[in-house]
Design a protein around this ligand. Structure first.
Ligand code: DOR
Ligand code: ZN
Length: 334
């Protein structure tokens, strides 16, 4: 049977939540990835090192026997200071996540004015300590223009802090690719959903709340351009799923929560896409080697085997509807 082995795959943007949801979703990431960058937008958010370390412990417990490296991030607010950032570094926490206030799920505590003196002071220290800044890059303008309207912030930060690694998270608009390419300290993550779906999948037929996410899926041209970047394993881009579980009720009722739960199907679906475009040789660079190089992560000895065998996607997993629920894949786990 045809099979491929991926060495030390990494998911560089992941929501694991907490409590019962964490326990339900952890195993899907544990069996697919050697590590993941875990997002801090819990309720309440992970604002300091002590809460990040306690959360890391709960994640490790939820991962059970699987060897897994949860890379923790701190939610960037004005309350961070040099001592806390030094403590983060000492405890192996290397990521700050910046949410513009109100931009997405769990961003209520985000930053309202990014280029203000206090935030710039924190970023100066982050640069000095070699921390990495992950950004949800959206303005509060018209939904399809939000990412493009945010370019200027990326540019100003990249120019002000040339030695700070800045990650343009879940890049969704093809106009953003050139921005990442232009600045040596800018990098990006790409999700499965933004490289494989468009706004038509959300509102082109019957309304599909399970394909609703922030940043919103864009045009077919954006999808195709992003997919090319992934298929070529562009050296400034790594894989970050933004798998974001919400209970079925909060997706389908009036709350309309943004977030796509893709963790159970990520690698088999990527294998299908890379195979269909005759780029299977680039898959390991996209899901593993690029992240190792960009973020300075050591590969673990974990290997994930995928086999060419049909896999049915469940309709629902512990009350959470996964991406492409009820569908099937031509690749599955070995
Ligand atoms: O769709 C999204 N869901 N985008 C985000 O930025 C956050 C995420 C979530 O936490 O649900
Ligand atoms: Zn996210």
């Amino acid at each position: 049977m045809e099979q491929i082995t991926l060495k030390s795959p990494l998911d560089m943007h992941l929501h694991l939540r907490d409590g019962e949801v964490l326990k339900s979703v952890a195993k899907y990431t544990a069996k697919s990835f050697s590590g993941a960058l875990v997002m801090p937008n819990l309720n309440p958010p992970i604002l300091n090192v002590d809460s990040a370390l306690a959360y890391k412990q709960r994640i490790l417990e939820a991962m059970g026997e699987e060897k897994f490296n949860p890379m923790m991030s701190l939610y960037l607010t004005e309350s961070l200071d040099r001592n806390e950032l030094l403590k983060a570094k000492d405890n192996g926490i290397c990521f700050l996540k910046l949410y513009p206030k109100g931009a997405t799920t769990g961003s209520e505590n985000g930053v309202s004015e990014i280029l203000n003196p206090k935030i710039l002071e924190i970023l100066e220290i982050a640069q000095e300590l070699d921390l990495i800044l992950s950004i949800h890059g959206e303005s509060n303008g018209f939904v399809l223009e939000r990412e493009a309207e945010f370019h200027q912030v990326f540019i100003e930060l990249a120019e002000t802090f040339p030695r700070l690694k800045i990650i343009f998270e879940h890049l969704s608009d093809r106009r953003s690719i050139a921005v990442v390419e232009k600045y040596p300290n800018l990098y990006a993550t790409l999700t499965l959903h933004h490289i494989s779906m468009s706004l038509d999948d959300v509102i082109g037929g019957a309304l599909n709340p399970h394909a609703f996410c922030k940043p919103i899926l864009k045009t077919p041209k954006d999808r195709d351009a992003l997919r090319e970047v992934a298929l070529n394993a562009h050296s400034k881009f790594s894989f970050g799923s933004d798998s974001a579980p919400h209970l079925q009720g909060s997706k389908e009722n009036a709350k309309g929560a943004a977030g796509i739960f893709s963790a159970p199907i990520l690698l088999p679906t990527l294998a299908m896409i890379f195979e269909a475009h005759d780029k299977m040789d680039n898959l390991e660079r996209f899901v593993s080697l690029n992240a190792q190089r960009i973020y300075g992560i050591h590969a673990s000895d974990k290997q994930v085997i995928l086999v060419k065998k049909p896999m049915a996607i469940p309709h629902e997993i512990h009350g959470i509807v996964p991406l492409n629920a009820g569908g099937s894949l031509t690749w599955s786990f070995g």
